[in-house]
Design a protein around this ligand. Structure first.
Ligand SMILES: [Zn+2]
Length: 281
């Protein structure tokens, strides 16, 4: 059952989905095409990954018991270029105290969304070992990273998921604290991507020179943030920062408390193929 609430959030295709029971966070994946077994295993890996990181909602509602994600293989722009895109399409609303604020925040949790992958890139990505990282990246967008930040309802002047204090400045407290610990102790905000055009700008951690150069911003292990999963360009070997994981806490999810060691284990099989191509949401 789907209730369309156009009066609440015009222009964002807000939908409320009625679920039957309370439940912790989980991902329900549907394939819209015939996906070979070699493809499906990469999707299953991505589902397992995010379900191991995001464990629950920071809000109790019978409407929140997981997210439905449709995956599609389609032709797009030929080999290279845009590899995949993703976005949420249905949300559940809650007014909840998050992020150390004095007053509750207006929060939208994605409960429905889709990912599309360029059929002319997938075999290449599988062969060079980057397809799992691409799926993890797009799945994070469906769940909310970059896609639900500061959603604005002009009718009521409501800002949902307020984590940006200015254009391309992320100040959600959990991710910012993680970023200060990992990358830059003096940061007062996390810089958000300004380049790459629609779908890349404003929705990823920042890289420089359209992804063509290292940023010089490194974690304690010397990993440049250009290799982080949720920047706008795919660089291998990919790693998932605690900043990315803490971001989900800022937008209303419970995450595992000390994820670093788990992430390192899960990503230990990353290849070292160096490619730089556009992501897009
Ligand atoms: Zn992206």
């Amino acid at each position: 059952m789907k209730i369309y609430t156009s009066s609440l959030l015009a222009g964002l295709s807000l939908n409320l989905f009625i679920h039957s029971a309370y439940g912790a966070f989980s991902i329900d994946l549907q394939f819209n095409n015939e996906f070979g077994a070699q493809y499906q295993s990469a999707f299953t890996e991505a589902v397992t990954f995010w379900e191991s990181i995001i464990i629950d909602y920071r809000f109790n509602s019978p409407l929140l018991d997981g997210i439905n994600i449709n995956a599609t293989l389609a032709t797009n722009d030929g080999p290279g270029g845009v590899l995949g895109s993703a976005s949420p399409s249905g949300y559940v609303y809650g007014n909840v105290l998050l992020n150390g604020d004095v007053n509750p925040s207006d929060v939208l949790w994605a409960v429905d969304g889709s990912m599309t992958f360029d059929i002319e890139d997938v075999d290449t990505l599988i062969n060079n070992g980057t397809f799992s990282a691409l799926i993890q990246h797009e799945m994070a967008h469906v769940i909310g990273l970059g896609t639900v930040w500061n959603l604005f309802d002009s009718d009521t002047a409501t800002v949902y998921n307020p984590v940006l204090s200015a254009a391309n400045q992320y100040t959600g407290i959990h991710a910012l604290t993680a970023y200060q610990n990992e990358f830059d102790p003096t940061a007062t905000f996390i810089p958000i991507e300004e380049e790459g055009g629609l779908g890349t700008a404003g929705r990823h951690w920042n890289e420089v020179e359209n992804g063509a150069e290292l940023t010089g911003i490194t974690d304690p292990e010397g990993q440049d943030i250009a290799f982080e999963l949720m920047t706008g360009w795919l660089n291998e070997p990919t790693f998932v920062s605690e900043t990315t994981i803490a971001q989900f806490k800022d937008i209303g999810y419970d995450v595992i408390p000390e994820p670093g060691s788990l992430v390192m284990i899960l990503l230990a099989t990353s290849s070292t193929v160096g490619i730089r191509r556009f992501f897009r949401i």
